[in-house]
Design a protein around this ligand. Structure first.
Ligand code: FRU
Length: 481
C-alpha cells in the first residue's frame, strides 16, 4: 500500500469522524481544493480586499473579489470570510453588490476609531472602486456590526474617475499629515489623495512615471510604513504595486518601491541596478498577486495575503466548483541585503507556522518541509509522485539563486503560460540556507526561513507528490495540524 493511499484512508477516517459533528465550512470536495489556504466555497475569486483585524474579538476579516455566478471573472461583488487563526476560514454572505454606479472592484477597509466619517465610532468603512462601462469611481460603505453587513453611503461616488483605469483604493491614517491617505492605481502610475473624513478627497501627488516595471497596467497599490530593518531604525515606506502583465516570469506579479513619504509625496530611495535591474519583486513565483496587508494587524505587524494565481491562466486552472485561493499569511519586514540595498522580506506568519504538526517520514499531500542546505555546494530538491510528475528545486550557490521548475509538475495543458521555471536571488549569503516549503493540494510556497525571498507557485499533479529527494542538504517533513 503506498503512503498516498494510507494518507487517503486516514483522512477518510478523519472526515467520517467530523461528519458526525458539524459540516465542514470548506469541504475538501475536489483534489485541488486547498486544505489550509483560504478559497471560496464556490465560484470565482480574485484579489483579497478590505482585510482588517478586529482586536476586540480576535477576528481577521477577509473580503475578496467574487463572481457568485460562475467560476470565471464576471460581475464583481465582495465575498467575505473570517478567521481566528488565519488558517481555517468561515464563509459569510456577500457584503457588497453591484448597483447603478457599477460593479464592486478592489479596495480596502479601515476602522474609523475617531468617527471622522460620522457613521459611528469604530464603524468599519470600506473604500472600493465601482466599475461601469465608461469609467471607474471610488465609493464607500460602512458597517456598524463589525464588518458583517455594509450600508453604501448615499453620497457615492466620493471620487469620480477622470481616466479609464482609476481603481483599487488602499487607505491608511497618515500621522504626518493627520488625515486619511489613499493610494490609487491610475493606468501606469499611483496617485495619492488625502481626506479628513473618507468622503472628501483632495489630490496630493503622483508617482511612478518611468520608474519600475511598466510591462502592463498598475493595480492594487498599498503604501506601508516600516520602522526598522535587520540592523537599524529607519522611517521608510514601501509602496506595493501589482502589475499585469509584466511580471518577471510572465503575467501578474507584485513589485515594490522603498522610499520616503512626507505626507504628500512618495520619493523612492535611489535604486541600485542590482542583480535584477531597478524593479523589485515581492515574490519570485508566478502566483502571488494583489498582495495587501490587514489594516489594524496586532502589535504593529504587517500581515499580508496575496491572491495565489496569475491572470494568464487563473480562469482555466483545473479546479471544478471554485477558482482561486489565497496565499498563506506572511509577515512583511524591511531588511538590507549584502549590497546594502533595502529589500522587503516576507516570512510565514507565526499563525501559518503554527500549522506545523508532527515530524514524519512520509511526505503528506499537505504538509511542511524544512530544508537545511549546505551553502558551500549546490542542492537539488525533487518532489515527485509515482506517475513521474515532479517539481525540481535548485539552490545554485555560484549564481546565488534558488529556482523552482514546474514544467513536469503535472497538468500544464490548460495554458501554454503555465509550465515555467522561476528563479529568486538569494540576497544574503549564508553558510547554511534554511528553506521552508508549504505544500498544499495545488500549491508550493517556498521561503528563505529568514524571509530574504519567497516563491509561490501553483501545481496540478494527477496525484499528490509522495517522494522527496534532497541532494546537498537535509529535510525534515512535518504533517499539518
Ligand atoms: C486586479 C484587478 C483590480 C480590479 C479587480 C477586478 O486583479 O484587476 O485592478 O479592481 O482585479 O476584479
Amino acid at each position: 500500500m503506498t503512503k498516498h493511499i494510507l494518507f487517503g484512508l486516514l483522512s477518510a477516517t478523519v472526515l467520517l469522524a467530523s461528519c458526525t459533528q458539524k459540516p465542514a465550512t470548506h469541504p475538501t470536495d475536489e483534489p485541488f481544493r486547498s486544505v489550509y489556504h483560504h478559497s471560496p466555497a464556490a465560484n470565482w475569486m480574485n484579489d483579497p480586499n478590505g482585510m482588517f483585524y478586529d482586536e476586540a474579538n480576535g477576528v481577521w476579516h477577509l473580503y475578496y473579489q467574487h463572481n457568485p455566478f460562475g467560476t470565471t471573472w464576471g460581475p464583481m461583488h465582495w465575498g467575505h470570510a473570517t478567521s481566528t487563526d488565519l488558517l481555517t476560514w468561515e464563509e459569510h454572505p456577500i457584503v457588497l453588490y453591484p448597483d447603478s454606479i457599477g460593479t464592486i472592484f478592489s479596495g480596502s477597509a479601515v476602522i474609523d476609531k475617531k468617527n471622522t466619517a460620522g457613521f459611528g465610532e469604530n464603524a468599519i468603512v470600506a473604500i472600493f472602486t465601482q466599475s461601469e462601462r465608461i469609467g471607474q469611481h471610488q465609493s464607500i460603505a460602512y458597517s456598524t456590526d463589525g464588518g458583517y453587513t455594509f450600508t453604501k453611503y448615499e453620497g457615492n461616488p466620493v471620487l469620480m474617475g477622470d481616466i479609464a483605469d482609476f481603481r483599487d483604493p488602499k487607505v491608511f491614517w497618515d500621522e504626518q499629515s493627520n488625515q486619511w491617505t489613499m493610494a490609487l492605481a491610475c493606468q501606469q502610475e499611483i496617485r495619492f489623495y488625502g481626506s479628513p473624513n473618507l468622503k472628501d478627497w483632495t489630490y496630493l501627488s503622483s508617482f511612478g512615471k518611468d520608474l519600475g516595471a511598466h510591462g502592463g497596467v498598475w493595480e492594487c497599490p498599498e503604501l506601508i510604513k516600516l520602522k526598522m530593518t535587520n540592523d537599524q531604525m529607519v522611517n521608510k515606506f514601501v509602496l506595493l504595486v501589482s502589475i499585469n502583465p509584466g511580471g518577471p516570469f510572465g503575467g501578474s506579479a507584485t513589485q515594490y518601491f522603498v522610499g520616503d513619504w512626507d505626507g504628500k509625496t512618495f520619493t523612492p530611495a535611489p535604486q541600485g541596478e542590482g542583480r535584477e535591474g531597478a524593479s523589485k519583486w515581492l515574490d519570485y513565483g508566478k502566483d502571488n498577486y494583489s498582495t495587501f496587508t490587514f489594516h489594524n494587524s496586532p502589535d504593529g505587524r504587517l500581515v499580508a495575503i496575496g491572491w495565489m494565481s496569475n491572470w494568464q491562466y487563473a480562469e482555466v486552472v483545473p479546479t471544478v466548483a471554485f477558482r482561486s485561493q489565497n496565499t498563506i499569511a506572511r509577515d512583511l519586514f524591511l531588511f538590507t541585503d549584502d549590497e546594502g540595498e533595502f529589500r522587503l522580506g516576507s516570512v510565514p506568519s507565526p499563525e501559518s507556522l503554527a500549522l506545523r504538526g508532527e515530524e514524519t517520514k512520509y511526505l503528506p499531500d499537505a504538509g511542511i518541509v524544512e530544508l537545511t542546505l549546505d551553502g558551500s555546494q549546490d542542492a537539488l530538491i525533487t518532489l515527485s509522485n509515482d506517475k513521474g510528475e515532479k517539481v525540481v528545486m535548485n539552490l545554485d550557490v555560484h549564481r546565488r539563486t534558488f529556482s523552482m521548475d514546474r514544467t513536469a509538475s503535472g497538468d500544464c495543458s490548460f495554458s501554454h503560460d503555465f509550465a515555467a521555471r522561476t528563479v529568486a536571488p538569494l540576497f544574503i549569503k549564508r553558510d547554511t540556507y534554511k528553506v521552508l516549503l508549504f505544500i498544499d493540494h495545488c500549491s508550493i510556497e517556498a521561503f528563505d526561513a529568514e524571509g530574504a525571498w519567497s516563491m509561490t507557485n501553483l501545481v496540478f499533479p494527477s496525484e499528490p507528490y509522495n517522494h522527496l529527494d534532497v541532494q546537498g542538504g537535509e529535510a525534515k517533513i512535518y504533517t499539518i495540524r
